[in-house]
Design a protein around this ligand. Sequence first.
Ligand code: ADP
Ligand code: ZN
Length: 611
Amino acid sequence: MSQALDILRSRFGYPQFRFQQQQIIETLVAGRDALVLMPTGGGKSLCYQIPAILRDGTGIVISPLIALMQDQVDALAQNGIRAAFLNSTQSFEQQQQVRRQLRNEVIDLLYVAPERALGADFLEMLAACRIALFAIDEAHCVSQWGHDFRPDYQKLTRLHEHFPDVPRIALTATADQRTLREIEQQLMLADAQRFVHSFDRPNIFYRVTQGDNNRQRLWHFIQQNHPDDAGIVYCLSRKKVEETARWLSDRGRIALPYHAGLDKSTRAEHQRIFLQQEGVIVVATIAFGMGIDKPDVRFVAHLNLPKNLESYYQETGRAGRDGDPANAWMAYGMQDVITLRQMMAQSEADEKFKRVLHQKMEAMLGFCEQTGCRRQTLLAYFDEILEQPCGNCDNCVEPPVTWDATEAARMALSCVYRTGQRFGVNYVIDVLMGNARDRIVQNRHDQISTFGIGELDNNEWRSLFRQLIALGYLYADIDNYGALKMTPDCKPLLSGEKQLLLRKFAKPTKVKKVSTGKSATVLGSVDTPLFEALRLHRKQLAQAQGVPPFVILHDKTLAAICEQRPESIEQLASIPGIGERKLELYGADLIRITSQYPRDQSRSETAIDLV
Ligand code: ADP
Ligand code: ZN
């Protein structure tokens, strides 16, 4: 095994294996199959890259993400590992060259799309080469129930039929028990050793904010936590994507729209800028997703409620692949609840499907409204138990205050009733607050007993109504201009049989600065001038080579340099993420730049910072 560890240290520059990487690598090196479920950012790639280097011949990696292949190959080249890819973006000559490389065994890894891997000529070519292993990435694409279904994936058993002695590894970050079984069956991996790692993404901080004026809240969040970080903002509609991107741009951020209505080249261009430049925000519909392998996305924000927790988890999972602190932030308000409730009511699916849909939406709403640890709920949804509250979500850090809302809820419900269940939220709140608007006076609702009865302010009433709708006491009738209607659930509440404890409205101004985000934690107590100088240097290197900055060096590695101030090549070699090749290529310059920023000065600044 020391051989694998040797490669990890010398080529990749990492001191230790993570999770079950070592066992997985051993399994493949011994010629056996493996099925791996590891969260995003867990380090799946090394699990097949190292055995491909160790075993004779070339490792064939099946990946559905053509857009990523270039980055993967570039990143390997940075570590002095020879790799190539074959896909439709290449010219005939380029493809011929790769074929030669494969035949001559000068590459350790070859990335191909599934369609290509199944072609007769490709199989024929493989028959004439030595194959180290087959790695099937994003293996959940075999599942026809999943949203990433790729029919070709189901045919990948052909590889096994042609080359029964070559070990295989299937990897995914998104599979529940059923999908894992499907992968096993579809790919004939019944004898494969299973390595299932926790789903948890401990570095992601989950926050759900309640209230109105989403955009303003988003801006506040970005300004406070991510003034120059890269992030993704998800919206539901194309229009909202466009508007939000423009809005953020007007405020000085580089924010690019991405949705299915844009032509292919614009989308590709926006994706390229997001990957290659630093600090870019992409505002997108869910069309932007798979294939975004950028490790340093520091935040994912939702301006609309995702339709279920699976989507939420997958989308937020694009933050913090590098393992550094990242934020999953969601704006959630009255309109979201109303929309979701309406979708449930209107769905025309058959009964069984509807029931499933309904449960999923309820789970999503429950997650937003809950007062306990968010991570416990998320993991429980994926059948995983987290014993203790996580300490890294909004509810753990600032436990929400609950209050006995029984009396106020009764006032609200009876006001809905007395105004005839014909008016929307704003109107009913005006009545409760005693605002004698023209319409209210005309309707003589200033005469009813619930006029001006409450002591809550507008925000507090809205929060109450939102929860009453979320909890199913009221619904907004879309055919009736959103008029609030009561459901049978109101009865026990009105008759006093039931008590209602609700989350207290938290004033947005009290939102505390989250202790995540680059400036706060990734950098730790690192001094900014050196970090910025290193970043600038990295940017120049990246531009000269035409690769994204993170392919050269990760933020984490730069931060470690700032922290440890290496003065020699030997010292630099101990920084995680710098293997022999990067040491050779960049070592001298990194040390030269570091020496220009003496430690003492930064230490005293840091000390003041910390006080
Ligand atoms: P995944 O494919 O599981 O999402 P990657 O293979 O891209 O994740 O790895 C995520 C990050 O973790 C990469 O930057 C990788 O270099 C790093 N990494 C992987 N294994 C280790 C390790 N043993 N020690 C330190 N960093 C690691
Ligand atoms: Zn928590």
